[in-house]
Write a protein that binds this ligand. Sequence first.
Ligand code: HSE
Length: 436
Amino acid sequence: MKPVKVGLLGIGTVGSGTFHVLERNREEITRRAGRRIEIAMVAARNVERARGVVGPGITVVDDVRAVVTNPEIDIVVEVIGGTTVAKEAILAAIVRGKHVVTANKALLALHGNEIFAAAREHNVIVAFEAAVAGCIPTIKALREGLAANRIEWIAGIINGTCNFILSEMRNKGLPFDTVLAEAQRLGYAEADPTFDIEGIDAGHKVTLLSAIAFGIPVQFERAYIEGITKLEAKDITYAEELGYRIKLLGLTRRTPEGVELRVHPTLIPAERIIASVDGAMNALLIKGDAAGVTMYYGAGAGSEPTASAVLADVIEVTRLMRAEPEERVPYLAFQPDAISDVGVLPMADVETSYYLRVRVEDEVGVLADIARTLADSGISIDAMLQKGAGGADNETDIVILTHRTRERNFDAAIAAIVKLPAVKPQFARIRREDLV
Ligand code: HSE
């Protein structure tokens, strides 16, 4: 059979990994795919550098349009990232009947509905395993392995940069800024780390997971996103004393009122296996009604780990490109005419439990006043710590774990607590999840 021709958009970290893994494993990949897969054309900003990577036998151009309009190309692999050139290129490929493999979580989280609709209209596949958690086959697990389940929730450590920073803060007791600078020096964090540390990258990924888990449109604009920049090292220590680790989690959950879609630092019980996932690694828990909780672990970024997912998609597209569209796995796991319009819950309506740290003057009745304020809001206290008393300033930290309540309710209680005369205005509020 004629080889499948791939056009590669971008030959940076992921693109070069894709090229090298395909070269190295070509024989195995051909045995799996049933056809030889060839990278026939590469688009790169720096053509000379790209030629240095792929050698003389492959056409290298500096214009993505030359690839997506080339009638010889069967599959376009987009690994340039961003939401402008990549979007135009993918839509141009789709209208020309080319299948698309992309690692671009931002693009799909923001424009996935439009891209999948175009792909459906033109009977082509858009595959995106590499967009979530690098090499870990999460999309495959959700769309196929767990297809018999009613998915209840997903919770994931899906940003390696944040997990590296939080692990270092915990292990070394260092503040956020110091660890971020070290992460940048070691190449774990970008020069502009905003997307990672503000939780946006994790937000893109959990938005895609949520859509696939519950059969809803991608709705990044409705996700609640809070990063790790305001976390203090002492909260990591206090949480530890209470039996918890703090992780940046992407969370999505089905509730009777709507779907929760959120990213924020989260206290998780130290005895959960996912709590010991450290460094730049990713891990996800998926709770299905039949399977119970399943866990997935691996490298969430990097050249060859991400290439592993890209090429898995290329192999699958190669097998399925001749199949009728209805024989393929739907883009968002559910048939397009069965996508549900169940809404994403505003954060104020989400129910969870909380870690609260307040700084108070260490005097008679402060704790009682705080406890009463929580009780007045119907919030039950689960555990408490008092730390750092006895200093010259006569102040102390009070740390409280609450039972579950609505965010709106908890916000009202905090507003009342910080108005108490002996309570300082700065506080730390971190959500807590038991993950069972
Ligand atoms: N920057 C991401 C991370 C990987 O740190 O996990 C790509 O999404």
